[in-house]
Write a protein that binds this ligand. Structure first.
Ligand SMILES: [Mg+2]
Length: 211
């Protein structure tokens, strides 16, 4: 590739909204063994649709250690994502532009299935999924947003130079009260995904005006 074409790509890169899965899009229910047990949180399909309508790249980034723990095969994770996409489509004609997940977990953290038991740069709070998405879809991480319900979601956002938003759904309220994981400093706290996306739209609107 000619060096100039890289510069060209850099300048044309765009912001994205990254979404955690469990506790943000679907109701937090631990490891979901039955596909029919995956249910959307009310309002999320409409919130994703709002991003679609604004042509804002919207991307799932999810730690899914079930395969590494030997709970279910990677096909099951794919089937859960198919249901998730189907529910978004049915409820509001909404779609995710890309889906990334990390099936890996190191043995000290509980990985037992040799195929997936390894330390991975993709596992949050590491930034591998965001970096891969940025390369593959020409995204500007410094102008992007990550919405999650765990401290590790906010940590990943900050590790990648993204704006980190914590929602109070899922584990979010327990993170804020100090009852789950560790203290974190989100750039914004939202009651749920709809509120987070409303805030992002305001920020992007402001950025547009500044240019
Ligand atoms: Mg979560």
């Amino acid at each position: 590739m000619h060096p100039n074409s890289e510069i060209q790509n850099y300048h044309s890169s765009r912001p994205a909204v990254f979404l955690d899965r469990d506790g943000v899009l679907n109701v937090e229910a631990g490891y979901i063994h039955n596909i029919a047990d995956l249910h959307l949180i009310p309002g999320v399909a409409q919130a994703v649709r709002r991003l679609n309508d604004l042509d804002i790249f919207c991307c799932l980034v999810s730690n899914q250690s079930g395969p590494a723990r030997g709970y279910y095969p990677v096909d099951h994770v794919e089937a859960l994502h198919q249901r998730l996409c189907q529910l978004l489509q049915t409820e509001a004609d909404a779609h995710l532009n890309a889906l990334y997940y990390c099936p890996y977990l190191s043995p000290p953290e509980g990985g037992t299935n040799p195929e997936f038991s390894l330390w991975s740069t993709w596992r949050k709070p590491n930034t591998g999924m965001l970096i891969a998405a940025a390369w593959e879809h020409n995204l500007d991480l410094s102008q992007s947003f990550m919405i999650g319900d765990k401290a590790t979601d906010v940590d990943m956002a900050h590790n990648a130079g993204c704006c980190g938003i914590l929602v109070e759904t899922g584990f979010g309220s327990r993170v804020l009260s100090g009852a789950y994981q560790h203290h974190t400093q989100p750039d914004y706290i939202a009651t749920d995904l709809s509120a987070a996306i409303a805030w992002i739209c305001e920020q992007l609107g402001n950025l547009e005006i500044e240019r």
